[in-house]
Design a protein around this ligand. Structure first.
Ligand code: NAP
Ligand code: 8YV
Length: 313
């Protein structure tokens, strides 16, 4: 039987590529010099796209694929997929929710501790040999401090659970109050920031949340407050964040995500009060295997005419 043609926008780990090659004619877009020509050559046969959170799928690409039926995203964030274009065409979109919650939450706590206790700088300090002649400064405790969550969805809840073990009072801001939650709800993000020692962004990116962490929010967080971004770079006003760090109007920031990653603004490199991490909230073998399996299962369900496991919207 002819294998369905699956257009892959970017690479997946080898274990996924091997599994996908068994069931699909995998068309590797990222390896092509002439991408438009490649798409045009195979357009009529392509019914499925495999993409990643960072790569998404544009309306322009969808417009070139008249028989496209499904876009499977390896990642939970779908901000880089034009969901309106997909909906208008009746193209199904799937993502990988839940299987990465614990991993992203683990990294968030690591970043919170990392910026408060300056783990990265401590490592560099010991390696440089400076410890023999210089003292290490006293730093800021994390346990018992106030956590403010911008977003309290699947991952936000996993972060909150961990923060409870650190004795941290937890508050949050979302558009809709979470009924039944014991955490303190702030309808205003500025008020949440005013009442947080650690402000963690863990909400979707995209137009609706762009620059939601703006100069006012950072001012409200104040000179003793830390900002942690594990959501998307776009949720923070980058200029305001760079200035707040440079002027020390916030204590520091730990960032897993950036505007224009991986070619991020080099002004971050010089900031001693920033802890920088290369977008790796879900980046463990265990979790990436679970995410890849979910992508495969969604595609398999689609081609078997069964309900999708994790449809978006
Ligand atoms: P989720 O379950 O859909 O939760 C999203 C939360 O954000 C909800 O509490 C939602 O509440 C809130 N929210 C949405 N729009 C908002 C707005 N305009 N203002 C305030 N709150 C808003 O999503 P999730 O699975 O936890 O994932 C969250 C995001 O994390 C993803 O979309 C992705 O961008 C990011 N992520 C990053 C990594 C990484 O490697 N760093 C890994 C995985 C995911 P309301 O709807 O009530 O507003
Ligand atoms: C991935 C993520 O690294 O799930 C997400 O939204 O940001 C991460 O898990 C990203 O999607 C690339 O696949």
């Amino acid at each position: 039987m002819t294998k369905p043609a699956l257009l892959m926008i970017g690479s997946y780990p080898n274990w996924d590529m091997q599994a996908l090659e068994r069931d699909y004619e995998v068309l590797r877009l990222w390896e092509q010099a002439d991408k438009d020509g490649f798409v045009a050559q195979h357009a009529a046969r392509i019914t499925a796209i495999g993409t990643r959170g960072d790569l998404g799928a544009s309306r322009a690409l969808m417009d070139k694929l008249p028989n496209l039926k499904i876009i499977a995203c390896n990642g939970v964030g779908t901000d880089a997929i034009d969901l309106a274009a997909a909906k208008a065409r009746g193209i199904a979109v799937t993502n990988t929710p839940d299987v990465l919650n614990e991993e992203v939450a683990d990294l968030t706590l690591a970043l919170m501790l990392g910026i408060a206790r300056q783990i990265g700088k401590g490592d560099a300090f010991v390696r440089s040999g400076k410890w023999a002649n210089e003292g290490w400064p006293l730093l800021t405790r994390m346990s018992g401090k106030r956590l403010g969550l911008l977003g309290l969805g699947r991952i936000g809840l996993a972060i909150a659970k961990r923060a409870e073990a650190f004795g941290m009072p937890i508050a949050y801001h979302t558009r809709t109050k979470r009924e039944g939650s014991a955490y303190t709800y702030y309808p205003s993000l500025v008020e949440l920031a005013q009442n947080s020692d650690f402000l963690v962004a863990i909400l979707p990116g995209g137009a609706g949340t762009q620059n939601i962490v703006n100069a006012d929010v950072l001012k409200a967080l104040g000179p003793k407050g830390f900002f942690i971004n594990v959501a998307r770079g776009t949720v923070a006003d980058e200029e305001a964040l760079l200035q707040a760090l440079a002027n020390k109007t916030i204590a520091g920031a730990a960032l897993d995500v950036f505007w224009n990653e991986p070619k991020i603004n080099e002004r971050f490199f010089k900031l001693e009060n920033a802890l920088l991490h290369p977008h790796g909230g879900s980046a463990t073998v265990e979790t990436r295997q679970a995410m890849g399996k979910l992508v495969q299962d969604n595609l398999a369900a689609h081609f078997a005419g069964k309900p999708l496991l994790t449809p978006v919207g």
